[in-house]
Every structure is written in structure tokens, then in C-alpha cells.
Design a protein around this ligand. Structure first.
Ligand code: PLP
Length: 415
């Protein structure tokens, strides 16, 4: 009997074993790192480096639902850096934003007012309605760039009319699509909000870029807000993690919701260490990233491409229709280069692992396509814009697989 159970147990244990590495893992990783350097799709694709992992492997071994030493140190640092009383490490920017909204919102009816392009409006799977039961109200910047107090006043819901859904939170995003909100506008909106008992939340996933570009301390950028979400896994290049900051009372409550959302993690020390490494070694690289983005923008302009949202930090939005090229054509041709470039639509994102060579290669491809179109008799006066806008503000156009397939089908055979 004992022999039988031992044999059965050995079999059960054997079935669970798995080796997830390929036969040529080092080569695969090198290829992946190369591809990341040649992808303009997002800065979330940046990969942890050997140096980051060497630092992270030394991390403390606590359980974060109780107390994780390295994570606590990172949280204390983030609270100090942002000038808030407390901070909480969370798995993602989406969870951080949603926890902030859930924690601020106490007694319905309530609504959250944000830019129509905001991450919480477009890319969080309707989380605000799901988690908080809140209505989202969208404001479109009249200046086509950023929300001002006038835009807010036009859309804010105040008063006690029972038909209305009062604004409980104004949510701003900085950077938004890579653009910077002037701090004077942030302060004007915040003063107005607080005078009306409205909370201010900042999606500061890329606040690092604002600080690096404008030389403004992080604390000053966060001061007008009751809560701020900051990401380590975008421009800073850590593999995972964001931080939510606010008052002690707010973070204590948010920690409860984090558990409820399923975001109470365990041995987070190595994640906190990766974030710390990114703050120390990658944050200083952002000014060079911004300079590379400007070079990309200038190169595109010189080739006759329309810029729909300029390179203020790490992103540039463009429209190639003035040179007769569609996004789908450009994506398809970039993918089939001998050394492919990965793009997905109207937005180009430069990150700390983007190479100078890929900027040159992309501009060379655009130049070649423009020439081919001219040779084929393209008439610039017949152009029709492909970039999508609401009001004057541009929205990310992601090209569908169906459009890519169509281009592929219609493409002339190339030698
Ligand atoms: C501005 C902004 N906020 C929040 C998020 C959400 O972050 P995550 O992907 O970690 O959930 C993103 C993701 O790219 C973002 O760009």
C-alpha cells in the first residue's frame, strides 16, 4: 500500500514538472531585446536588463500583505518624493487608478470628470463603472492640447439638482499622449476643484517625463492632487509595478481595496528592487529619449508627413496621408524590412531601449515610400487625412488586422 502511494505521488509530482525555457533561450532573449529596440508601439515593452535583475535578486524576502521590507522602503521613498503621507505598491497602473477612484468615491450618485482621451476613459475596460459604479464625464480640450479650467467649468456638475450626477473627482493625466499639461492650468483646476469639495486624482503613469523635460520636482507636480498613480513599468523600464500615493487615511483604505481587488501580492521585494533600480538608473535616461523623439518628429516633418501631436516627451502622433501613404501600408512595409520595425498606428513611442539606428531606418523607409508614391503619380492635392480627432485633439489610431490583410492582398509583388 505504502509503495503504491509513493509511486502514485511520484507520478503526480512528475506531472507538475515543466521547463519553460527554450533550447536556445539566450539566443531568443537576444532576438527579443533587438526587436524591442526596433518597436515604436509602446514603452511598456521595455525589458529588464541583466543589471536590473542582478540588483533585484538581492531583495528582501517578506510577504507584502504583512510587511515586505524592500517594498516598505520603496513606498516610504515614493511618499517622500511625491510629498504625500503614504504610498502603496500595486501590480499595474490600471489597478492603481481604479483603486484611487474606488477609495475616493464614497456615496453615490457621483461622477468622474476627465479628458476624453484619458486612459481611464478609453483603456481600462470600463473599470470605473464596474468597480465604483461611477459615471465618467468627458471633457474635450478646446485648445486641442490639454484641459483648462474653462473646459472643466463647462463640464463639471455641481449643485443638488436630483437629476444630475455630481462631479466627485476630476482626473487629469500627465503626460497625456506624451504631451505636458502646463502646471499653471493644473493648479487653476485644482484650486477650483478643492473650492467645490471635489477630489483631484492624477494618472501620473509618465509624470517622470514631465519632471525630466521641465526640470520640475516630482513633489511640485503632485502637490495639486489628493492622489497620484505613478508607474515604474512604462518609461522607467521596470518589469512590473506602480505606486499610489495620498494621505495615510486614503492609503490605509486603498490597501483594503487592493486586497479586495485581488492585488495583495506576496514576495514583492524583487519587484520593488527593480523599480528602485529603474528610478536610480533609468530615470536619468529620459532627456535623451525625448531628444530622440524630437529627431524622429523633425525627420518626419522634413519628409512631408503631418504631425498631429508633437514630440513634447516620448511620443509623436503623425499622419502620412500628405505623402500618399496609409498607416496600414507603412506598418506592412516596416514589418517586412530585412530588419523589421514594429509600429501599430498613428502613435510612435520612443523608449530607453529604442536605438538611434531604428529612427534612421524608419525615416529611410518613409522616404522610400514617399518616392514610390510620387513615381506612381501620387497627387498631394488628393490626400485625405487618416488621423482621427475629436475637436482638435488627436486620438491614437490603431490599425486593424483586416486593414493590414487588405494591404497585403493588394500589394504589388516586390522583388
Ligand atoms: C497613461 C496610462 N495610465 C495607466 C496605464 C495603465 O498601466 P498598466 O498597463 O500597468 O495597467 C497606462 C498603460 O500604458 C497608461 O499609458
Amino acid at each position: 500500500m505504502a509503495a503504491n502511494i509513493d509511486a502514485a505521488r511520484a507520478q503526480v509530482i512528475e506531472q507538475a514538472k515543466v521547463d519553460i525555457f527554450s533550447q536556445v533561450q539566450a539566443e531568443d532573449n537576444a532576438k527579443q531585446a533587438h526587436a524591442i529596440g526596433r518597436a515604436f508601439i509602446s514603452d511598456t515593452i521595455t525589458a529588464p536588463t541583466k543589471e536590473m535583475y542582478e540588483y533585484a535578486v538581492r531583495a528582501s524576502l517578506g510577504d507584502d500583505v504583512y510587511d515586505e521590507p524592500c517594498t516598505k522602503i520603496l513606498e516610504a521613498h515614493m511618499a517622500k518624493l511625491t510629498g504625500k503621507e503614504a504610498a502603496m505598491f500595486v501590480p499595474s497602473g490600471t489597478m492603481s487608478n481604479q483603486l484611487a477612484l474606488r477609495t475616493h468615491l464614497k456615496q453615490p450618485p457621483y461622477s468622474v470628470l476627465c479628458d476624453h482621451r484619458a486612459h481611464i476613459a478609453r483603456y481600462e475596460a470600463g473599470g470605473t463603472a464596474f468597480h465604483s459604479g461611477a459615471q465618467l464625464d468627458y471633457a474635450t480640450p478646446a485648445n486641442g492640447h490639454h484641459l483648462t479650467l474653462d473646459d472643466i467649468k463647462e463640464h463639471v456638475v455641481l449643485g443638488s439638482d436630483v437629476h444630475s450626477c455630481p462631479t466627485a473627482i476630476i482626473e487629469l493625466e500627465n503626460t497625456l499622449n506624451g504631451t505636458i499639461i502646463p502646471q499653471a492650468d493644473v493648479i487653476a483646476i485644482s484650486d477650483f476643484a478643492h473650492a467645490h469639495d471635489i477630489k483631484m486624482h492624477l494618472d501620473g503613469a509618465r509624470i517622470w517625463h514631465v519632471a525630466a523635460e521641465t526640470a520640475t520636482p516630482i513633489k511640485e507636480l503632485c502637490d495639486p492632487f489628493d492622489s497620484v498613480s505613478l508607474c515604474f513599468s512604462k518609461g522607467l523600464g521596470a518589469p512590473i509595478g506602480s505606486c499610489l500615493v495620498g494621505t495615510k487615511e486614503f492609503i490605509t483604505r486603498a490597501r483594503w481595496f487592493r486586497k479586495l481587488f485581488g492585488g495583495g501580492m506576496r514576495q514583492t521585494g524583487f519587484m520593488a528592487a527593480s523599480a528602485a533600480y529603474a528610478l536610480t538608473h533609468h530615470f536619468p535616461l529620459l532627456p535623451a529619449v525625448h531628444a530622440r523623439t524630437r529627431r524622429l518628429e523633425n525627420g518626419l516633418k522634413e519628409l512631408g508627413v503631418r504631425i498631429t501631436s508633437g514630440a513634447e516627451t516620448c511620443m509623436v502622433f503623425y499622419d502620412p496621408s500628405p505623402i500618399g501613404v496609409s498607416y496600414a501600408e507603412l506598418i506592412t512595409r516596416a514589418k517586412t524590412l530585412p530588419d523589421p520595425i514594429h509600429i501599430a498606428g498613428s502613435r510612435l513611442v520612443v523608449h530607453i531601449q529604442t536605438t538611434d539606428a531604428v529612427v534612421d531606418d524608419f525615416l529611410a523607409l518613409v522616404k522610400q515610400l514617399a518616392q514610390e508614391k510620387r513615381d506612381a503619380g501620387f497627387d498631394p492635392s488628393a490626400q485625405c487625412a487618416q488621423a482621427k480627432t475629436v475637436g482638435k485633439s488627436s486620438i491614437y489610431v490603431k490599425v486593424s488586422q483586416a486593414d493590414l490583410d487588405k494591404v497585403q492582398r493588394e500589394a504589388p509583388a516586390r522583388t
